[in-house]
Design a protein around this ligand. Sequence first.
Ligand code: PLP
Length: 472
Amino acid sequence: MNSLQSFLAVSPVAAKPASSASASISGARVAPSTSRRGRISACLAAEAPPPPTSGAGARKPRRELSAASLAVIEDEARYLVGTYNRSRVVIDGGRGCKLYDLDGHEYLDMASGIAVTALGHGDPDLHATISQQSGTLIHASNVQYTKPQVELAKRLVHSCFADRAFFCNSGTEANEAAIKFSRKYQLVANPDSDAPPFEFLAFDNCFHGRTMGSVALTSKSQYREPFAPVMPGGNFVEYGNLEEAKKVIQSGRLAAVFVEPVQGEGGIHSATQEFLQGLREACDEAGTLLVFDEVQCGLGRTGYLWAHEAYGVAPDIMTIAKPLANGIPVGAVLVKEKVNAAISYGDHGTTFGGGPLACKAALTVFDKIHKPDFLAEVSKKGEDFKQLLRAKLSGNPHVKEVRGVGLIVGIELDVPAGPLVDACLDAGVIVLTAGKGNVVRLVPPLIISEKELEQAADVIRDCLPALDVATS
Ligand SMILES: Cc1ncc(COP(=O)(O)O)c(C=O)c1O
Protein backbone atom coordinates (compact mmCIF):
# COMPACT_ATOMS: atom_id res chain seq x y z
CA MET A 1 0.00 0.00 0.00
CA ASN A 2 1.51 3.34 -0.95
CA SER A 3 1.24 6.57 0.97
CA LEU A 4 -1.77 7.88 -0.89
CA GLN A 5 -3.59 4.60 -0.62
CA SER A 6 -2.93 4.42 3.10
CA PHE A 7 -4.28 7.92 3.39
CA LEU A 8 -7.34 7.10 1.33
CA ALA A 9 -8.03 4.12 3.54
CA VAL A 10 -8.33 6.25 6.64
CA SER A 11 -9.17 9.81 5.74
CA PRO A 12 -12.66 11.24 5.55
CA VAL A 13 -11.54 14.14 3.31
CA ALA A 14 -10.86 11.72 0.49
CA ALA A 15 -14.49 11.61 -0.57
CA LYS A 16 -14.72 9.42 -3.65
CA PRO A 17 -17.54 9.24 -6.11
CA ALA A 18 -19.34 5.94 -5.55
CA SER A 19 -17.97 3.23 -7.78
CA SER A 20 -20.45 2.48 -10.49
CA ALA A 21 -21.68 -1.09 -10.45
CA SER A 22 -22.06 -1.00 -14.21
CA ALA A 23 -19.02 -1.91 -16.24
CA SER A 24 -19.78 0.70 -18.85
CA ILE A 25 -17.75 3.88 -19.01
CA SER A 26 -19.61 6.98 -20.01
CA GLY A 27 -18.28 8.21 -23.29
CA ALA A 28 -16.56 4.96 -24.26
CA ARG A 29 -18.67 2.79 -26.48
CA VAL A 30 -18.11 -0.89 -26.92
CA ALA A 31 -18.30 -2.06 -30.48
CA PRO A 32 -18.43 -5.57 -31.84
CA SER A 33 -15.23 -7.03 -33.18
CA THR A 34 -15.00 -5.19 -36.45
CA SER A 35 -11.27 -4.53 -36.43
CA ARG A 36 -9.77 -5.16 -39.82
CA ARG A 37 -7.17 -7.18 -37.98
CA GLY A 38 -9.87 -9.44 -36.60
CA ARG A 39 -9.23 -8.78 -32.90
CA ILE A 40 -11.68 -7.64 -30.29
CA SER A 41 -11.07 -4.01 -29.42
CA ALA A 42 -13.03 -3.58 -26.22
CA CYS A 43 -12.69 0.18 -26.14
CA LEU A 44 -13.10 0.66 -29.86
CA ALA A 45 -15.33 3.63 -30.52
CA ALA A 46 -18.28 2.70 -32.71
CA GLU A 47 -18.23 5.73 -34.99
CA ALA A 48 -14.48 6.21 -35.03
CA PRO A 49 -12.88 6.49 -38.43
CA PRO A 50 -11.08 3.31 -39.51
CA PRO A 51 -7.38 3.05 -38.77
CA PRO A 52 -5.11 4.19 -41.60
CA THR A 53 -4.53 1.66 -44.34
CA SER A 54 -1.11 2.79 -45.47
CA GLY A 55 0.49 -0.37 -44.02
CA ALA A 56 2.77 -2.41 -46.19
CA GLY A 57 0.45 -4.98 -47.79
CA ALA A 58 1.11 -8.48 -46.42
CA ARG A 59 1.46 -8.57 -42.65
CA LYS A 60 5.00 -9.18 -41.46
CA PRO A 61 5.83 -11.23 -38.35
CA ARG A 62 5.95 -8.88 -35.38
CA ARG A 63 9.01 -6.67 -35.14
CA GLU A 64 10.41 -7.51 -38.53
CA LEU A 65 10.51 -4.04 -40.04
CA SER A 66 9.39 -3.46 -43.62
CA ALA A 67 11.40 -1.37 -46.09
CA ALA A 68 8.80 1.40 -45.58
CA SER A 69 9.40 1.46 -41.81
CA LEU A 70 13.16 1.28 -42.20
CA ALA A 71 13.05 4.23 -44.60
CA VAL A 72 11.29 6.37 -41.97
CA ILE A 73 13.82 5.34 -39.31
CA GLU A 74 16.77 6.08 -41.60
CA ASP A 75 15.34 9.46 -42.65
CA GLU A 76 14.73 10.34 -39.01
CA ALA A 77 18.38 9.63 -38.25
CA ARG A 78 19.40 11.80 -41.20
CA TYR A 79 17.03 14.78 -40.85
CA LEU A 80 15.92 15.15 -37.23
CA VAL A 81 17.91 16.71 -34.41
CA GLY A 82 18.99 13.75 -32.32
CA THR A 83 17.01 14.46 -29.16
CA TYR A 84 15.13 11.14 -28.96
CA ASN A 85 16.32 7.56 -28.49
CA ARG A 86 13.16 6.13 -30.04
CA SER A 87 11.76 2.58 -30.03
CA ARG A 88 12.05 1.02 -33.49
CA VAL A 89 8.38 1.24 -34.40
CA VAL A 90 6.66 3.65 -36.78
CA ILE A 91 3.19 4.45 -35.42
CA ASP A 92 0.71 5.00 -38.20
CA GLY A 93 -2.77 4.87 -36.70
CA GLY A 94 -4.82 4.21 -33.63
CA ARG A 95 -8.28 3.25 -32.52
CA GLY A 96 -9.58 2.97 -28.98
CA CYS A 97 -6.66 1.62 -26.93
CA LYS A 98 -4.92 0.05 -29.92
CA LEU A 99 -2.12 1.49 -32.02
CA TYR A 100 -1.04 0.25 -35.45
CA ASP A 101 2.38 0.49 -37.00
CA LEU A 102 3.23 1.10 -40.63
CA ASP A 103 3.59 -2.64 -41.18
CA GLY A 104 0.13 -3.49 -39.89
CA HIS A 105 1.07 -4.72 -36.40
CA GLU A 106 -1.33 -4.00 -33.59
CA TYR A 107 -0.19 -2.77 -30.14
CA LEU A 108 -2.06 -2.30 -26.90
CA ASP A 109 -1.38 1.26 -25.82
CA MET A 110 -0.39 1.34 -22.14
CA ALA A 111 1.33 4.73 -22.54
CA SER A 112 -1.21 7.13 -24.13
CA GLY A 113 1.67 8.94 -25.83
CA ILE A 114 3.06 9.94 -22.46
CA ALA A 115 -0.15 10.17 -20.42
CA VAL A 116 -1.86 12.27 -23.11
CA THR A 117 -4.57 10.37 -25.00
CA ALA A 118 -6.92 9.82 -22.08
CA LEU A 119 -9.84 9.12 -24.43
CA GLY A 120 -7.74 6.79 -26.57
CA HIS A 121 -7.55 7.09 -30.33
CA GLY A 122 -10.36 7.98 -32.71
CA ASP A 123 -12.92 9.08 -30.11
CA PRO A 124 -15.96 9.86 -32.29
CA ASP A 125 -17.09 12.94 -30.34
CA LEU A 126 -13.62 14.45 -30.34
CA HIS A 127 -13.27 13.65 -34.03
CA ALA A 128 -16.57 15.44 -34.71
CA THR A 129 -15.58 18.46 -32.58
CA ILE A 130 -12.23 18.85 -34.29
CA SER A 131 -13.73 18.41 -37.77
CA GLN A 132 -16.45 20.95 -37.08
CA GLN A 133 -14.17 23.52 -35.45
CA SER A 134 -11.45 23.18 -38.09
CA GLY A 135 -14.04 24.10 -40.70
CA THR A 136 -15.14 27.13 -38.70
CA LEU A 137 -12.07 28.68 -37.07
CA ILE A 138 -8.72 27.09 -36.29
CA HIS A 139 -6.90 30.16 -35.05
CA ALA A 140 -7.60 33.62 -33.75
CA SER A 141 -5.12 35.74 -31.85
CA ASN A 142 -5.43 36.74 -28.23
CA VAL A 143 -5.94 40.30 -29.45
CA GLN A 144 -9.63 39.38 -29.84
CA TYR A 145 -12.03 37.25 -27.80
CA THR A 146 -13.07 33.72 -28.75
CA LYS A 147 -15.94 31.79 -27.21
CA PRO A 148 -14.23 28.38 -26.77
CA GLN A 149 -11.38 29.92 -24.73
CA VAL A 150 -13.74 31.70 -22.37
CA GLU A 151 -16.00 28.63 -22.11
CA LEU A 152 -13.04 26.39 -21.25
CA ALA A 153 -11.76 28.83 -18.63
CA LYS A 154 -15.21 28.90 -17.03
CA ARG A 155 -15.45 25.10 -17.01
CA LEU A 156 -11.98 24.64 -15.46
CA VAL A 157 -12.38 27.38 -12.87
CA HIS A 158 -15.73 25.98 -11.73
CA SER A 159 -14.12 22.53 -11.33
CA CYS A 160 -11.56 23.47 -8.67
CA PHE A 161 -10.03 25.98 -6.24
CA ALA A 162 -9.12 28.45 -8.99
CA ASP A 163 -10.63 31.80 -9.98
CA ARG A 164 -8.84 32.39 -13.31
CA ALA A 165 -7.14 30.53 -16.15
CA PHE A 166 -4.28 31.31 -18.52
CA PHE A 167 -3.83 29.12 -21.61
CA CYS A 168 -0.62 28.03 -23.29
CA ASN A 169 0.51 25.04 -25.36
CA SER A 170 2.36 22.55 -23.16
CA GLY A 171 3.29 21.51 -19.66
CA THR A 172 6.60 23.30 -19.62
CA GLU A 173 4.94 26.50 -20.82
CA ALA A 174 2.34 26.20 -18.08
CA ASN A 175 5.11 25.92 -15.48
CA GLU A 176 7.04 28.75 -17.11
CA ALA A 177 3.96 30.95 -16.74
CA ALA A 178 3.51 29.80 -13.13
CA ILE A 179 7.13 30.82 -12.42
CA LYS A 180 6.55 34.29 -13.87
CA PHE A 181 3.21 34.72 -12.10
CA SER A 182 4.82 33.71 -8.79
CA ARG A 183 7.62 36.24 -9.16
CA LYS A 184 5.22 39.00 -10.17
CA TYR A 185 2.99 38.11 -7.22
CA GLN A 186 5.93 38.51 -4.82
CA LEU A 187 6.92 41.81 -6.43
CA VAL A 188 3.44 43.19 -5.85
CA ALA A 189 3.09 41.60 -2.38
CA ASN A 190 6.37 43.14 -1.19
CA PRO A 191 6.22 46.72 -2.50
CA ASP A 192 8.79 48.02 -0.02
CA SER A 193 11.37 45.33 -0.62
CA ASP A 194 14.41 45.88 -2.86
CA ALA A 195 14.66 42.11 -3.29
CA PRO A 196 11.29 40.34 -3.17
CA PRO A 197 11.51 36.56 -2.70
CA PHE A 198 12.41 35.10 -6.10
CA GLU A 199 13.68 31.55 -5.42
CA PHE A 200 11.77 28.27 -5.79
CA LEU A 201 11.62 24.94 -4.02
CA ALA A 202 11.07 21.69 -5.91
CA PHE A 203 11.65 18.06 -4.96
CA ASP A 204 13.90 15.12 -5.75
CA ASN A 205 12.64 13.07 -8.72
CA CYS A 206 10.37 15.89 -9.87
CA PHE A 207 9.86 16.80 -13.51
CA HIS A 208 8.50 20.20 -14.52
CA GLY A 209 9.68 20.59 -18.12
CA ARG A 210 12.53 21.45 -20.44
CA THR A 211 12.48 25.23 -20.91
CA MET A 212 14.99 27.34 -18.98
CA GLY A 213 12.71 28.08 -16.04
CA SER A 214 10.95 24.73 -15.77
CA VAL A 215 14.17 22.78 -16.25
CA ALA A 216 15.74 24.78 -13.43
CA LEU A 217 13.06 23.22 -11.20
CA THR A 218 13.50 19.70 -12.62
CA SER A 219 15.58 17.54 -10.35
CA LYS A 220 17.56 15.35 -12.76
CA SER A 221 20.89 17.14 -13.11
CA GLN A 222 21.47 15.64 -16.57
CA TYR A 223 18.53 17.71 -17.87
CA ARG A 224 19.97 20.93 -16.39
CA GLU A 225 23.74 20.84 -16.29
CA PRO A 226 24.52 20.78 -20.03
CA PHE A 227 22.56 24.05 -20.34
CA ALA A 228 23.92 25.95 -17.35
CA PRO A 229 23.36 28.59 -16.26
CA VAL A 230 19.63 27.84 -16.08
CA MET A 231 17.26 30.18 -14.22
CA PRO A 232 18.83 30.92 -10.82
CA GLY A 233 17.01 30.26 -7.56
CA GLY A 234 16.15 26.56 -7.76
CA ASN A 235 16.34 24.51 -4.53
CA PHE A 236 15.62 20.80 -4.11
CA VAL A 237 14.84 18.66 -1.10
CA GLU A 238 13.74 15.06 -0.73
CA TYR A 239 10.13 14.44 -1.85
CA GLY A 240 8.11 13.90 1.30
CA ASN A 241 10.66 15.43 3.68
CA LEU A 242 8.49 18.10 5.28
CA GLU A 243 11.06 19.18 7.86
CA GLU A 244 13.71 19.97 5.23
CA ALA A 245 11.12 21.67 3.03
CA LYS A 246 9.95 23.83 5.93
CA LYS A 247 13.51 25.02 6.61
CA VAL A 248 13.81 26.32 3.03
CA ILE A 249 10.32 27.84 3.03
CA GLN A 250 10.94 29.58 6.37
CA SER A 251 14.07 31.21 4.96
CA GLY A 252 11.70 33.70 3.30
CA ARG A 253 13.63 33.48 0.01
CA LEU A 254 10.95 31.60 -1.95
CA ALA A 255 8.47 32.93 -4.45
CA ALA A 256 6.80 29.50 -4.68
CA VAL A 257 7.00 25.78 -3.98
CA PHE A 258 6.41 23.48 -6.98
CA VAL A 259 5.20 19.96 -6.24
CA GLU A 260 3.54 17.09 -8.12
CA PRO A 261 0.89 15.42 -5.93
CA VAL A 262 1.84 12.22 -7.77
CA GLN A 263 5.23 12.15 -9.48
CA GLY A 264 5.11 10.55 -12.93
CA GLU A 265 8.46 10.80 -14.71
CA GLY A 266 10.18 10.52 -11.32
CA GLY A 267 8.94 6.95 -10.82
CA ILE A 268 5.26 7.05 -9.73
CA HIS A 269 5.54 8.36 -6.17
CA SER A 270 2.46 9.67 -4.35
CA ALA A 271 2.69 12.45 -1.78
CA THR A 272 1.21 11.90 1.67
CA GLN A 273 -1.58 14.08 3.01
CA GLU A 274 0.71 15.23 5.85
CA PHE A 275 3.33 16.37 3.36
CA LEU A 276 0.99 18.45 1.18
CA GLN A 277 -0.88 19.82 4.20
CA GLY A 278 2.43 20.73 5.86
CA LEU A 279 3.61 22.50 2.72
CA ARG A 280 0.32 24.39 2.56
CA GLU A 281 0.69 25.61 6.14
CA ALA A 282 4.37 26.53 5.82
CA CYS A 283 3.68 28.44 2.59
CA ASP A 284 0.81 30.34 4.19
CA GLU A 285 3.01 31.34 7.12
CA ALA A 286 5.87 32.50 4.90
CA GLY A 287 3.78 34.23 2.23
CA THR A 288 5.03 31.70 -0.33
CA LEU A 289 2.81 30.44 -3.17
CA LEU A 290 2.06 26.73 -3.47
CA VAL A 291 2.01 25.37 -7.03
CA PHE A 292 0.70 21.89 -7.86
CA ASP A 293 2.00 20.52 -11.15
CA GLU A 294 -0.80 18.24 -12.36
CA VAL A 295 0.46 18.16 -15.94
CA GLN A 296 0.71 14.35 -15.77
CA CYS A 297 -1.43 13.32 -12.78
CA GLY A 298 -4.35 15.72 -13.33
CA LEU A 299 -7.63 15.44 -15.22
CA GLY A 300 -8.88 12.04 -14.15
CA ARG A 301 -5.62 10.06 -14.23
CA THR A 302 -5.77 9.25 -10.50
CA GLY A 303 -9.52 8.59 -10.46
CA TYR A 304 -10.07 12.11 -9.14
CA LEU A 305 -10.67 14.98 -11.51
CA TRP A 306 -7.65 16.71 -9.93
CA ALA A 307 -5.10 14.59 -8.08
CA HIS A 308 -4.97 17.00 -5.12
CA GLU A 309 -8.67 16.45 -4.36
CA ALA A 310 -7.68 13.19 -2.67
CA TYR A 311 -5.65 15.13 -0.11
CA GLY A 312 -8.09 17.90 0.75
CA VAL A 313 -5.30 20.44 0.15
CA ALA A 314 -5.63 23.20 -2.45
CA PRO A 315 -2.77 25.11 -4.10
CA ASP A 316 -2.60 28.76 -5.15
CA ILE A 317 -1.66 27.77 -8.70
CA MET A 318 -2.13 24.53 -10.65
CA THR A 319 -0.54 23.69 -13.99
CA ILE A 320 -2.15 21.21 -16.39
CA ALA A 321 -1.56 20.09 -19.96
CA LYS A 322 -1.04 16.57 -21.33
CA PRO A 323 -4.57 15.05 -21.60
CA LEU A 324 -6.44 18.35 -21.74
CA ALA A 325 -7.22 18.11 -25.47
CA ASN A 326 -6.25 14.43 -25.91
CA GLY A 327 -3.19 15.33 -27.99
CA ILE A 328 -4.02 18.70 -29.53
CA PRO A 329 -1.37 20.84 -27.79
CA VAL A 330 -2.78 22.92 -24.94
CA GLY A 331 -1.73 23.75 -21.40
CA ALA A 332 -3.26 25.88 -18.68
CA VAL A 333 -2.36 27.66 -15.49
CA LEU A 334 -5.20 27.92 -12.99
CA VAL A 335 -4.74 30.58 -10.31
CA LYS A 336 -6.42 32.10 -7.31
CA GLU A 337 -7.64 35.68 -7.53
CA LYS A 338 -4.75 37.01 -5.41
CA VAL A 339 -2.33 35.78 -8.10
CA ASN A 340 -4.43 37.21 -10.92
CA ALA A 341 -4.55 40.56 -9.10
CA ALA A 342 -0.77 40.87 -9.45
CA ILE A 343 -0.81 40.36 -13.23
CA SER A 344 -1.11 43.32 -15.59
CA TYR A 345 -1.79 43.52 -19.31
CA GLY A 346 1.34 42.56 -21.21
CA ASP A 347 3.01 40.66 -18.34
CA HIS A 348 2.69 37.40 -20.24
CA GLY A 349 1.24 36.17 -23.52
CA THR A 350 1.32 33.65 -26.34
CA THR A 351 0.49 33.45 -30.04
CA PHE A 352 -1.14 30.01 -30.05
CA GLY A 353 -2.23 29.47 -26.44
CA GLY A 354 -5.97 29.14 -25.95
CA GLY A 355 -6.75 28.89 -29.66
CA PRO A 356 -10.29 27.90 -30.61
CA LEU A 357 -9.42 24.46 -32.02
CA ALA A 358 -7.54 23.33 -28.90
CA CYS A 359 -10.10 24.84 -26.54
CA LYS A 360 -13.06 23.23 -28.34
CA ALA A 361 -11.26 19.88 -28.23
CA ALA A 362 -10.50 20.40 -24.53
CA LEU A 363 -14.15 21.15 -23.79
CA THR A 364 -15.13 17.80 -25.33
CA VAL A 365 -12.43 15.97 -23.35
CA PHE A 366 -13.30 17.72 -20.10
CA ASP A 367 -17.03 17.05 -20.47
CA LYS A 368 -16.35 13.31 -20.72
CA ILE A 369 -13.69 12.96 -18.04
CA HIS A 370 -15.20 15.05 -15.27
CA LYS A 371 -18.28 12.83 -14.92
CA PRO A 372 -18.40 10.97 -11.54
CA ASP A 373 -19.13 7.60 -13.21
CA PHE A 374 -16.13 7.97 -15.51
CA LEU A 375 -13.83 8.84 -12.59
CA ALA A 376 -15.18 5.99 -10.47
CA GLU A 377 -14.40 3.58 -13.32
CA VAL A 378 -10.81 4.89 -13.49
CA SER A 379 -10.42 4.27 -9.75
CA LYS A 380 -11.88 0.79 -9.94
CA LYS A 381 -9.84 -0.23 -12.97
CA GLY A 382 -6.68 1.15 -11.37
CA GLU A 383 -7.22 -0.84 -8.17
CA ASP A 384 -8.08 -4.03 -10.07
CA PHE A 385 -5.04 -3.58 -12.32
CA LYS A 386 -2.63 -3.17 -9.40
CA GLN A 387 -4.03 -6.29 -7.74
CA LEU A 388 -3.74 -8.21 -11.00
CA LEU A 389 -0.14 -7.09 -11.47
CA ARG A 390 0.75 -8.00 -7.89
CA ALA A 391 -0.81 -11.44 -8.33
CA LYS A 392 0.81 -12.14 -11.69
CA LEU A 393 4.25 -10.66 -11.03
CA SER A 394 4.76 -11.66 -7.41
CA GLY A 395 7.54 -14.15 -6.95
CA ASN A 396 9.70 -12.69 -9.68
CA PRO A 397 12.89 -11.57 -7.90
CA HIS A 398 13.26 -8.45 -10.08
CA VAL A 399 9.87 -7.00 -9.11
CA LYS A 400 10.26 -4.84 -6.00
CA GLU A 401 6.92 -2.99 -5.88
CA VAL A 402 3.72 -2.29 -7.79
CA ARG A 403 2.40 1.15 -6.85
CA GLY A 404 0.33 4.07 -8.05
CA VAL A 405 -3.15 5.49 -7.88
CA GLY A 406 -5.91 5.23 -10.47
CA LEU A 407 -4.40 4.57 -13.88
CA ILE A 408 -0.92 5.88 -13.16
CA VAL A 409 0.88 2.71 -12.11
CA GLY A 410 4.55 1.89 -11.66
CA ILE A 411 6.37 -1.43 -11.40
CA GLU A 412 9.70 -0.88 -9.67
CA LEU A 413 12.45 -3.33 -10.62
CA ASP A 414 15.87 -4.03 -9.15
CA VAL A 415 17.39 -3.71 -12.65
CA PRO A 416 16.94 -1.35 -15.64
CA ALA A 417 13.48 -1.74 -17.20
CA GLY A 418 14.67 -1.26 -20.81
CA PRO A 419 14.83 -4.96 -21.79
CA LEU A 420 11.33 -5.55 -20.40
CA VAL A 421 9.97 -2.50 -22.25
CA ASP A 422 11.51 -3.78 -25.51
CA ALA A 423 10.18 -7.30 -24.97
CA CYS A 424 6.68 -5.91 -24.32
CA LEU A 425 6.86 -3.90 -27.54
CA ASP A 426 7.84 -7.03 -29.46
CA ALA A 427 4.89 -8.80 -27.85
CA GLY A 428 2.50 -6.00 -28.84
CA VAL A 429 2.20 -3.89 -25.68
CA ILE A 430 3.60 -0.35 -25.45
CA VAL A 431 4.84 0.64 -21.98
CA LEU A 432 7.16 3.39 -20.71
CA THR A 433 9.99 3.69 -18.23
CA ALA A 434 10.26 6.17 -15.34
CA GLY A 435 12.41 6.89 -12.31
CA LYS A 436 16.05 6.05 -12.82
CA GLY A 437 15.07 3.78 -15.71
CA ASN A 438 14.17 1.02 -13.23
CA VAL A 439 10.42 1.62 -13.18
CA VAL A 440 7.89 0.46 -15.79
CA ARG A 441 5.34 3.26 -16.12
CA LEU A 442 1.79 2.32 -17.11
CA VAL A 443 -0.48 5.23 -18.05
CA PRO A 444 -3.03 3.78 -20.48
CA PRO A 445 -5.98 5.63 -21.98
CA LEU A 446 -8.54 6.11 -19.20
CA ILE A 447 -11.15 4.35 -21.36
CA ILE A 448 -9.19 1.08 -21.28
CA SER A 449 -11.23 -2.06 -20.50
CA GLU A 450 -10.54 -4.55 -17.69
CA LYS A 451 -9.93 -7.16 -20.40
CA GLU A 452 -7.21 -5.04 -21.98
CA LEU A 453 -5.62 -4.42 -18.58
CA GLU A 454 -5.51 -8.18 -18.04
CA GLN A 455 -3.92 -8.62 -21.45
CA ALA A 456 -1.25 -6.06 -20.50
CA ALA A 457 -0.57 -7.79 -17.16
CA ASP A 458 -0.21 -11.16 -18.92
CA VAL A 459 2.23 -9.79 -21.48
CA ILE A 460 4.33 -8.04 -18.83
CA ARG A 461 4.48 -11.28 -16.82
CA ASP A 462 5.43 -13.31 -19.89
CA CYS A 463 8.15 -10.79 -20.81
CA LEU A 464 9.85 -10.73 -17.37
CA PRO A 465 12.45 -13.33 -18.44
CA ALA A 466 13.92 -10.62 -20.70
CA LEU A 467 15.33 -9.11 -17.50
CA ASP A 468 17.26 -12.32 -16.77
CA VAL A 469 18.70 -12.48 -20.27
CA ALA A 470 19.82 -8.86 -19.91
CA THR A 471 21.47 -9.41 -16.52
CA SER A 472 23.06 -12.83 -17.20
C1 PLP B 1 4.63 16.67 -14.19
C2 PLP B 1 5.07 17.24 -15.51
N1 PLP B 1 5.23 18.56 -15.63
C3 PLP B 1 5.62 19.13 -16.78
C4 PLP B 1 5.88 18.36 -17.89
C5 PLP B 1 6.32 19.00 -19.17
O1 PLP B 1 5.28 18.92 -20.09
P1 PLP B 1 5.57 19.14 -21.65
O2 PLP B 1 6.37 17.98 -22.12
O3 PLP B 1 4.19 19.21 -22.25
O4 PLP B 1 6.30 20.43 -21.78
C6 PLP B 1 5.73 16.97 -17.82
C7 PLP B 1 6.05 16.12 -18.97
O5 PLP B 1 6.24 14.93 -18.87
C8 PLP B 1 5.32 16.40 -16.59
O6 PLP B 1 5.17 15.07 -16.45
